[in-house]
Design a protein around this ligand. Structure first.
Ligand code: SF4
Length: 698
């Protein structure tokens, strides 16, 4: 008889509930979970095709050292011995973990505990650095903690939804479906899309602002000034719950209409229409995603947006607030356990001695890291220059996805010891590993993930582990045990790790208002197996959760007030005669990251079969390009060759290339090889949306 298992989609940050059905013949079917509050039964094309990605073709099934199969004991002993020796000879900062928003929270928790608590280095960072670290930094600056003040329902309740730097239709499709359904039911709802490209999302927009790349801070600073000059500022809210209003307003500059039009690339009438909509609509949600985060001004963009919501008091009430859309299935869960090099665990701050002491005592940690570790771009620089001599990469493919990807590849080639835990044997990254460790994939592994609205859901296994694949947390715990930290890593189940994580979140902190899920600190395996999706926080002794924050203040800075942040408008223009085009990178509807999973589905590959560059017809004509011609794109960092897709959806002078294809799928298709290793100075997030390149017919 067929069995049904409730689990969670492993792709984007919407975090849809999935029901997997395993038939008597072993065949798997998937459908949306009608009871899951993220999707209420909906799935997008990627989620619906999950069953097509479960075959074992290309799977890494056994541990390998230098290409030879070994048993787990030998592999784990080797990892522990090489890491221990490297630390003994060169100190704890000579080793690093580079992990992933694909990991489950339990995997993330053990990785962070081993590196920050027992090895004694902050050198654990994650591909979530490339995804939402600017939002994390913006939230912490404004709110005093990394929290999302609202929930998905706000997009349905709002009268004005602003989508900035978000191709919601393709990157968070089920949320887009919810928004489209709400707009159809309430035609008076207005949608504004702010994006240099006319994406599919713009098709739902009442107003599409084809903004100049990185013009966002100027636009929202201009809006802030406009609101201050109008009757829209909620002075009671500002004086009761915030600080820094006057300073931030002054720093926003004197943007007259003509200057603002120049800075944003928009017509004065478009800017005025947007300002008027925001000014006159009470229920406003502003959603932002990678177009905001992946910038040298990413954190300032986030704060410029939040400033406008604080100024109007439009935060934490139904249908109102700034809303960060995370890209990955567990970017949020990774943040909760300290997966970023500059955070500790349970949203505690590695730079605060009291927080370090709290975590040290909870873990019984012998060598808690005393300072932040290296963020992703700096981490691979340190691999390249030899400061890091051993690195363990888990569930990610940095040779394709990191900026300056050719330099990352060269760094790994030269690194004395590279361990990769993955589900696939052949990726652009695994080919540079000295050791390969086989991990469990979706449908096999077991744990929790957190979506963009702070909702924790279970991923449940429904397939047997293939070959000798094992959970990532198990691999880390075994290495911790072999490095001499036995008692701290004696886990037998992911439920024990989740309980410990929940315990730490509420440790000596009863009544804490930001991240706390202490209510689950005593969870046992049966209750973990039955765990229903819930939003954090859920402190010990509580049963209901708070869906929204900050309607009545209560921010997490010591004085309980939010901070207005002065956001700098200017982003240097990097174009030159040699590199005259602005390259923007991003996702397509039916592929995920570096295609190691979606590339298995013929149905998904049928949507778009090869990498392309979107280019405006006038630019194409000047370059002598016809549709489907091969185009060579170059930056000072690398080269890619892709097909021309000539379309008026693309603004003149701008190009768009998807991030998914690697050299495995098409020759010279790793677009991140062109992206410079330039980052936001606050968040460390790379600027993948504004890259100066040249283009020519190949
Ligand atoms: Fe999965 Fe995201 Fe699609 Fe939902 S919207 S089914 S989480 S890819």
């Amino acid at each position: 008889m067929a069995t049904e298992v409730k689990t969670t989609c492993p792709y984007c940050g919407v975090g849809c509930g999935v029901i997997a059905t395993v038939g008597d013949d072993g065949g798997v079917g998937v459908k949306g979970d009608p009871d899951h509050p993220a999707n209420f039964g909906r799935l997008c094309s990627k989620g619906s095709a999950l069953a097509e990605t479960l075959d074992l073709d290309g799977r890494l099934l056994y541990p390998e050292i230098d290409g030879e199969r070994v048993d787990w004991d030998e592999a784990l002993d080797r990892v522990a011995e090489r890491f221990s020796r490297t630390i003994a000879e060169h100190g704890p900062d000579s080793v690093a973990f580079y992990v992933s928003g694909q990991l489950l929270t339990e995997d993330y928790y053990v990785a962070n505990k081993l590196m920050k608590g027992f090895i004694g280095s902050g050198n654990i960072d994650t591909n979530s650095r490339l995804c939402m670290s600017s939002s994390v930094a913006g939230h912490r600056r404004a709110f005093g903690a990394d929290t999302v003040p609202g929930c998905y329902e706000d997009l349905e309740l709002a009268d004005l939804v602003i989508l900035t730097g978000s191709n919601l239709a393709w990157c968070h499709p089920v949320l887009y479906q919810r928004l489209a359904a709400a707009k159809a039911a309430r035609p008076q709802m207005r949608v504004v899309v702010i994006d240099p490209r006319r994406t599919m999302t713009a098709d739902i927009a009442d107003l599409h602002l084809a903004i100049r790349p990185d013009g966002d801070v100027a636009l929202f600073n201009g809006l802030f000034k406009h609101l201050a000059a109008s009757a829209a500022v909620d002075h009671d809210y500002v004086s009761a719950h915030t600080s820094g209003f006057a300073e931030a307003l002054s720093a926003a500059g004197t943007l007259d209409e003509a200057t603002l039009a120049e800075a944003t690339g928009l017509a004065i009438s478009e800017v005025a229409a947007f300002f008027r909509l925001f000014e006159t609509t009470e229920r406003v949600v502003t959603c932002y995603s990678q177009g905001v985060n992946q910038s040298v001004a990413g954190t300032d963009k986030v704060n410029a947006i939040i400033n406008c919501h604080l100024a109007t008091g439009r935060i934490g009430r139904p249908g109102m607030g700034p809303f960060s859309l995370t890209g990955q299935p567990n970017a949020m869960g990774g943040r909760e356990v300290g997966g970023l090099a500059n955070m500790l665990a349970a949203h505690l701050d590695i730079e605060k001695a009291a927080h370090r002491d709290q975590v040290r005592r909870f873990w019984g940690a012998p060598a808690l890291a005393s300072k932040p570790g290296l963020k992703a771009v700096d981490m691979f620089r340190a691999v390249a220059d030899g400061r890091i001599k051993a690195i363990w990469i888990m569930a990610t493919n940095p040779v394709v996805s990191m900026p300056d990807a050719d330099a990352v590849e060269a760094a790994l080639k030269a690194c004395p010891f590279v361990v990769v835990s993955d589900v696939l044997k052949e990726t652009d990254t695994t080919r540079h590993a000295h050791m390969l460790l086989p991990s469990l994939g979706w449908g096999e592994k077991d744990g929790t993930v957190t979506n963009s609205e702070r909702r924790i859901s279970r991923q449940r296994g429904f397939l047997p582990p293939p070959g000798e694949a094992r959970a990532d947390w198990w691999q880390l715990a075994e290495v911790g045990h072999r490095m001499g930290f036995s008692g701290a890593f004696a886990y037998t189940s992911s439920s024990e790790i989740f309980a410990e994580h929940a315990g730490l979140s509420g440790f000596e902190n009863f009544g804490r208002r930001d991240f706390d899920i202490g209510a689950h600190a005593e969870i046992d395996r049966p209750r973990y197996d039955e765990l229903q999706p819930f939003q954090w926080p859920q402190p010990r002794g509580t049963e209901s959760v708070t869906t929204r924050f900050f309607a009545d203040g209560g921010f997490y800075h010591p004085d309980g007030r939010a901070r207005f942040v002065a956001a700098a408008s200017g982003v240097a223009d990097r174009l030159s005669a040699a590199f005259p085009f602005t390259l923007n990178t991003g996702r397509v509807r039916d592929h995920w990251h570096t295609m190691t999973r979606t590339g298995k589905s013929p149905r998904l590959s049928a949507h778009i079969g090869e990498p392309f560059v979107e280019i405006h017809p006038r630019d194409a004509m000047e370059l002598g390009l016809s549709p489907a011609d091969l185009v060579a794109l170059e930056s000072p960092y690398g080269t890619a060759i892709v097909r021309a897709l000539i379309t008026e959806r693309q603004a003149r002078g701008n190009l768009f290339v998807p991030m998914h294809w690697s050299d495995q799928f098409a020759a010279k298709a790793r677009i991140d090889a062109l992206v410079p290793p330039i980052t936001d100075p606050v968040s460390g997030q790379p600027a993948s949306k504004n890259v100066a390149v040249s283009a020519r017919r190949f």
